[in-house]
Design a protein around this ligand. Structure first.
Ligand code: SF4
Ligand code: SF4
Length: 138
């Protein structure tokens, strides 16, 4: 099972190998899509986690015990291809590179990278994008 998670670290956990432990002790594959830190050493990771539902649940229990917050991200978007004019404006707004143009200048959407921020919806001049909710990807 694949899930998208937003993991938020307080500034007290900087010396703990939390992501390493998730991989090693809970047999999870973790793909970091976006990472950010502020000047107070608080950080957040937007990740795709691949593993059994049992191991993901155990891993989440572990991070919570360490004082780390982890939230499932279930939001996604839908592009109405009949309305989209493939101008590419939404690709500039998308910070996680979930939206891009391919070599033929066709819009490509990668759901696994979408963090549901809805910025693309605001910039689309054609109103081709709407938001939605998906269950966990399998
Ligand atoms: S901004 Fe709207 S019209 Fe332009 S490429 Fe994105 S979805 Fe299509
Ligand atoms: S909702 Fe945010 S992350 Fe998802 S495609 Fe739009 S801009 Fe990118």
């Amino acid at each position: 099972m694949k899930s998208k998670l937003l993991i938020t670290f307080p500034n007290t956990t900087g010396d703990k190998p939390i992501v390493y432990n998730l991989i090693k002790n809970y047999d999870l594959k973790i793909n970091i899509i976006k990472a950010s830190f502020d000047f107070n050493f608080r950080g957040s990771l937007f990740v795709e986690v691949d593993g059994s539902s049992e191991n993901i649940a155990r891993g989440l229990e572990y991070v919570e015990q360490e004082g780390v917050l982890a939230d499932f991200i279930n939001s996604t978007i839908t592009v109405d291809r009949a309305v989209c004019v493939e101008c590419g404006l939404c690709t500039s707004a998308c910070q996680s590179q979930a939206l891009s143009l391919d070599q033929e200048q066709s819009l490509v959407f990668q759901n696994s990278k979408c963090i549901g921020c809805n910025l693309c919806i605001k910039v689309c001049p054609s109103r081709a994008i709407s938001n939605g909710v998906v269950s966990h990807e399998s």
